[in-house]
Design a protein around this ligand. Structure first.
Ligand SMILES: *Cc1c(COP(=O)(O)O)cnc(C)c1O
Length: 384
């Protein structure tokens, strides 16, 4: 079976893990945690990094750090992994769902501007959602698949409304926007080190940012809000720490980040080259302003419907290849039926159920890629 995306553990992972065991530093303090924070921040162009137990807990801590409170609103794109919305819900806040830009599958800056203009107002420096009277507390764009939305425009809107920008960059390590590294585009930037991400730690996450006070606050929130070593705590904190064992793997992976991302980009180029012009198939995004991290690659079928996606995946499975559908938008998810929504979520609604993700592990070999392409072409032909 050619799997969808498996870790590539060909670096110093084993050596670093052994060092954890030899030194007994296997828990939530240790040299690798500090090293991973420093290395990731440096490679992302950010001042500071705070390691967390997952991308989701990193997002939650970032929202809390920016002062998102119960009953408030956080703007996110509808086309994202459920964790983006869950982090908002974990603050007891409510997502306001925007549509995406077909160019990069990320939050549409035009939609954001238009929705805020029509549905929000600024009262005493606070952004108020007119219909509900609730405060809008933050904007959380998602760097879908390692693409990046129109951050120039999103920053301009954020400045106008004085809203913090928290980027869910979970799968976007290594991406660049107009020559700027990923950690330079928002107030806070959150990565995930989950097992299926390009750079993994088995599990874990990282909050990146430049503001020292804010980053200290986030560290405080994620480490049980401890004030002294005498069990003194000044607020309800969280145990969102990463362990040294996770960080050991993370360091070995992060050392090879550039190579891993370059292989992901090669895989995208290969699929897009081979599928270009094939009837019934559209391509994954190709956007020149952005050096995409190309986390996943695959195809978009021209004929819609999740049934068609299932048929393709079944056909692939019969040929020993793993293919999968991709994110079902938040506005179609049961727990978020009552979220606030942009007037139209049509782009996301007409995209998600046509996506098939294809094998894209960084250690996939070229003959396997060829096998995948031939299988997809056959299946699409049979189905048309
Ligand atoms: C993977 C992912 C997350 C969640 O990260 P975890 O480490 O699994 O909690 C959040 N948002 C996006 C866009 C992701 O791709």
């Amino acid at each position: 079976m050619i799997p969808l995306a498996v870790p590539d553990l060909d670096g110093r992972e084993r050596e670093y893990l052994n060092r954890c065991i030899d030194t007994t530093f296997i828990s939530s303090v240790g040299e690798y945690v500090n090293e991973l924070e420093e290395l990731t921040a440096k490679k992302a162009g950010a001042g500071y990094g705070v390691a967390t137990s997952s991308g989701t807990t990193g997002l939650h801590a970032a929202l809390m750090g920016c002062g998102v409170e119960e009953g408030e609103i956080v703007i996110i794109p509808t086309f994202t992994f459920i964790a983006t919305a869950n982090a908002v819900a974990h603050c007891k806040a409510i997502p306001w769902l925007m549509d995406i830009d077909p160019l990069n599958w990320c939050m549409s800056a035009e939609d954001l501007e238009d929705e805020l203009l029509r549905k929000a107002t600024i009262i005493d420096g606070r952004v108020i959602h007119k219909e509900s009277g609730r405060r809008v507390a933050a904007i959380m764009p998602v760097y879908t698949l390692g693409e990046i939305p129109d951050m120039d425009k999103i920053q301009e809107i954020a400045e106008k409304y004085n809203l913090p920008v928290i980027a869910d960059a979970a799968a976007a390590v290594g991406a660049e926007y107009k020559g700027k590294k990923i950690g330079r585009l928002a107030d806070l930037t959150i990565l995930s080190f989950n097992g299926n991400k390009t750079v993994t730690a088995g599990g874990g996450g990282m909050v990146l940012g430049d503001k020292e006070e804010l980053m200290k606050k986030i560290k405080h929130i994620t480490t049980t809000a401890r004030v002294t070593s005498e069990y003194d705590h000044d607020m309800v904190g969280y145990n969102y720490r990463m362990t040294n064992v996770q960080a050991a793997i993370g360091c070995a992976q992060m050392e090879r980040m550039e190579k891993l991302v370059e292989r992901k980009r090669e895989i995208r180029r290969y699929y897009n080259k081979k599928f270009r012009g094939i009837e019934g198939i559209s391509l994954f995004p190709e956007n020149n302003d952005v050096r995409s991290a190309c986390w996943f690659s695959g195809i978009v079928t021209d004929k819609g419907g999740i049934e068609r996606v299932r048929e393709i995946c079944t056909g692939l499975k019969e040929k020993g290849i793993e293919g999968r559908s991709f994110w079902k938008p938040i506005h179609l998810q049961k727990p978020y039926r009552n979220a606030f929504k942009a007037d139209s979520l049509e782009t996301a609604g007409h995209l998600w159920d046509r996506i098939v993700t294809l094998p894209c592990s960084t250690n996939i070999i070229n003959s396997e890629l060829e096998q995948v392409v031939n299988a997809v072409k056959e299946i699409i032909k049979e189905l048309s």
